[in-house]
Design a protein around this ligand. Structure first.
Ligand code: IPM
Ligand code: MG
Length: 351
């Protein structure tokens, strides 16, 4: 097996280094090759997704991704900004199904800003469509109107086939869990979303054992805060999924804990923490590496079929939390936080 390791910007290199240690401990023969992406790609090779990096990603069996984003490059034209690296990889590799689990660990209930009884025991899975919607729809741009005013425009669009394939992934995932799927849309206002609801409903006929419900996205945003435990699996489009998954992450107390998998039809995948490059704490050795380590566990499970190894990594993470180790983002007041490498050491020891 060969893994393309793309650390990216900000805290990306620090957190991926810890996940690499964990993967190596499990299998010393794993082949891993690093390449620059995002701002690092732009600085090294003049492009956020250099051709050599994309080639490595295509040839690998899985991708371990850190984070991209670098404020100092925000004035570049859009196609050269760091974020284009992750968007380009998703599109080029057809990674349409994004799994974003949000799990509340018993030890971290206090880290949530919500009341303990609202979030204790929470275990939901958001499946976000990742290669369509307003993120990629054409036409888009900023144009100058006849009166000299500028106008910005983007296009929300989904084909039936795009909706159908992510719906199947979501129903199948729900089957392996609590058999409840909530599809989130805005069918009351948007035609694209009316089609979304029709297609998800039609696909649902093939899964009579899964209970399907629908919510409008504004209501879903509210329900996630009011009673998040009503959800098992949520399936939604690219933009709504971007927003709702950040919201769901905060139910768990820290965005630093949440892994993700982005898969294509063959279960080839890119694995990344859902948090960003956190430039404010980059290079300080204090970032939480657990989301990236848990992303490596998802890689073992989904791309390599090594469910047992994945269970071991997840158990090791639970163990270090039970031992009381905390990075700054999840430390209760008065608790001394450990750094990135010390957290990695503890996970390795627990493993
Ligand atoms: C995410 C991020 C990305 C997105 C950015 C970095 C392009 O917010 O993975 O959720 O909007 O998809
Ligand atoms: Mg996001």
């Amino acid at each position: 097996m060969k893994i393309a390791v793309l650390p990216g910007d900000g805290i990306g290199p620090e957190i991926t280094a810890q996940a690499v240690r964990v993967l190596r401990a499990l299998d010393p023969k794993l082949e891993m090759e690093e390449a620059p992406v995002g701002g690092a790609g732009y600085r090294a090779l003049g492009h956020p997704l250099p051709e050599s990096t994309l080639k490595l990603a295509r040839e690998a069996d899985a991708i371990l991704f850190g984070a991209v984003g670098d404020f100092s490059l925000d004035s570049l034209p859009r196609e050269l900004r760091p974020e284009q690296a992750i968007l380009g990889l998703r599109k080029a590799l057809n990674l349409f199904a994004n799994f974003r689990p949000a799990l509340v660990y018993p030890e971290l209930v206090q880290a949530s800003t919500l009341k303990a009884e609202v979030v204790a025991g929470l275990d939901i899975l958001i499946i976000r469509e990742l290669t369509g919607d307003i993120y990629f729809g054409q036409p888009r741009g900023i144009r100058t109107l006849e009166n000299g005013e500028r106008e910005g425009f983007d296009t929300m669009r989904y084909s039936e086939a795009e909706i159908r394939r992510v719906a199947h992934v979501a129903f199948q995932a729900a089957r392996k869990r609590g058999r409840r799927l909530c599809s989130v849309d805005k069918a009351n206002v948007l035609d694209t979303m009316q089609l979304w609801r029709e297609v998800v409903t039609a696909v649902g006929k093939e899964y009579p054992d899964v209970e399907l419900s629908h919510q409008y996205v504004d209501n879903a945003a509210m329900q996630l805060l009011k009673n998040p435990k009503q959800f098992d699996v949520i399936v939604t489009g690219n933009m709504f999924g971007d927003i709702l998954s950040d919201e769901a992450s905060m139910l768990t107390g820290s965005i630093g804990m949440l892994p993700s998998a982005s898969l294509n039809e063959r279960n080839f995948g890119l694995y990344e923490p859902i948090h960003g490059s956190a430039p404010d704490i980059a290079g300080k050795g204090i970032a939480n590496p657990l989301a990236t380590i848990l992303s490596a566990a998802m890689m073992l499970r989904y791309s390599f079929g090594q469910g047992e190894a994945a269970d071991r990594v997840e158990a090791a993470v639970r163990k270090v939390l039970a031992q009381g180790l905390r990075t700054g983002d999840i430390a209760e007041p008065g608790v001394t936080a450990v750094g990135t490498a010390a957290m990695g050491d503890a996970v390795l020891a627990a493993l």
